[in-house]
Design a protein around this ligand. Structure first.
Ligand code: USQ
Length: 396
């Protein structure tokens, strides 16, 4: 297949691009390098020493003989060049990762809220509009989030996107299928809710073929492809804005920093290893919806865990100390989470479990690069409301 990967230089986009290229697809990365610029804005950086995109692509060609193309382009603002790229390249599919993906970053200030909404919603609308204007039958695969559902499951399993509801109509009880009611927990998560409505509209009005992947929290950093050469290393975020919870705990353990459990740590979340993410993208591309049907939604997660249980697991493996710090977010202290996620298993996904992969991540990444950790960037300082406190351990 000819595949365009929007946001192909980022944390998910880079390993996904390599995986799709390794499978023999013709891959063009589109990126405006906003994630690298945000590192500069925050004064933070990846734990792993990531290389320039040009070096990365040269290393990939050396290691595999395969070629990755790059087009530097801002999907959210440069509609004409995006359209031109589609018309010229005529891709079979687009994988859309080109959104600001951090919840804490999206909550830092009005500027960050507005940037996240403008960037994410315009990027998605531009891609959809450009597919329609190109007249091409391009399958769009979008990386969404489990966070569109919210984390209270009202005693039921969250379905894969759609809920069958019974309503009392004029002719008695009627059934309707609706998008599962949303309850986003940050401006970032809210942009993915807005994306969902754009997808539903374009699938209905223009018969676009769209797959939306409701992904859980990624853990891990390496895939078989990124491990082929050290210049292919993926980014690993541990800072208070971009670090995801389990990866943060792994780094905190490696440098002897207390594991920063927000509040009681009773938040239950969905997780998936980064390698399984790349495989899910492959499976989604191989199984597109028909034209003229609803958006295909997968729950892209393999396990659920409570934050305090993850901290206890990491502490057991490493001897780290766990500390309950103030929760800077406006979220439920405790929640249950039950999720239906059969579709990818039915298509052949074999999940990497925490029990298999955790020790490897600790040794191969967190411990290996611990000298690069900047302690000042560890605490989560972005506050959801003015009366919240940053998640800083007492001794720091
Ligand atoms: N948490 C801690 N201590 C920390 C960091 C986080 O207790 O040091 C807690 C948070 O308060 C939260 C939970 O861990 O309750 C998850 O936080 P996170 O930063 O790992 O995940 P989140 O902000 O939800 O966002 C991440 C990705 C996002 C993706 C989402 C999937 O950054 O792009 O969409 O996971 S999901 O959470 O399923 O919506």
């Amino acid at each position: 297949m000819k595949i365009v990967v929007l946001g192909g230089d980022g944390f998910c986009g880079w390993p996904a691009s390599l995986h799709l290229s390794a499978l023999g697809n013709e891959v063009t990365i589109v990126d405006n390098f906003s994630r690298r610029r945000i590192d500069e804005e925050l004064g933070a950086g990846s734990l792993t020493p990531i290389r320039s995109n040009a070096e990365r692509r040269a290393a990939w060609a050396e290691a595999t003989g395969r070629h990755l193309d790059l087009v530097e382009l801002d999907v959210a603002t440069d509609y004409e060049r995006l359209l031109d790229l589609l018309v010229t390249l005529r891709p079979d599919a687009i994988v859309h990762f080109a959104e600001q993906r951090s919840a804490p970053y999206s909550m830092k200030s009005s500027r960050h809220k507005r940037y996240t909404v403008n960037n994410n919603v315009n990027a998605t609308d531009n891609v959809l509009c450009a597919i329609v204007e190109s007249g091409l039958d391009i399958h769009l695969v979008h990386l969404g989030t489990m966070g569109v559902y919210g984390y209270g499951t009202a005693g039921m399993k969250i379905p894969e996107g759609y809920l069958d509801v019974a309503v009392n109509g004029e002719a008695g009880e009627m059934h309707r299928e609706i998008l599962y009611p949303t309850s986003p927990g940050s401006i970032y998560h809210m942009t993915k809710v807005l994306d969902q409505d754009l997808f539903a509209y374009y699938a209905k009005n223009d018969a676009l073929r769209i797959t939306d992947l409701h992904q859980g929290i990624i853990w891990g950093t390496s895939t078989p492809e990124t491990q082929l050469d050290e210049r292919l290393v993926n980014r690993f975020d541990y800072d208070g804005d971009y670090g995801t919870v389990l990866n943060r705990f792994l780094v905190q353990a490696a440098v002897g920093y207390p594991l920063t459990v927000h509040g009681t740590g009773g938040q239950t979340r969905a997780f998936i290893h980064i390698q399984d993410m790349t495989r899910c993208i492959e499976l989604a591309l191989a199984n597109p919806p028909e034209r003229g049907v609803r958006v295909k939604i997968f729950n892209q997660m393999t396990e659920t865990h409570r934050v305090r249980d993850l901290a206890a697991m990491v502490a057991r493996l490493t001897g780290a100390v766990v500390e309950n710090v103030p929760d800077p977010r406006n979220e439920a202290d405790e929640n249950e989470l039950h999720v239906t996620a059969e579709a990818f298993l039915d298509l052949g996904l074999h999940p990497t479990t925490l029990s298999q992969g955790l020790l490897g991540e600790i040794n191969q990444t967190a411990a290996k690069y611990r000298d690069r950790v900047d302690f000042a960037h560890i605490p989560a300082r972005s506050l959801w409301t003015k009366d919240r406190q940053p998640g800083i351990p007492a001794a720091y």
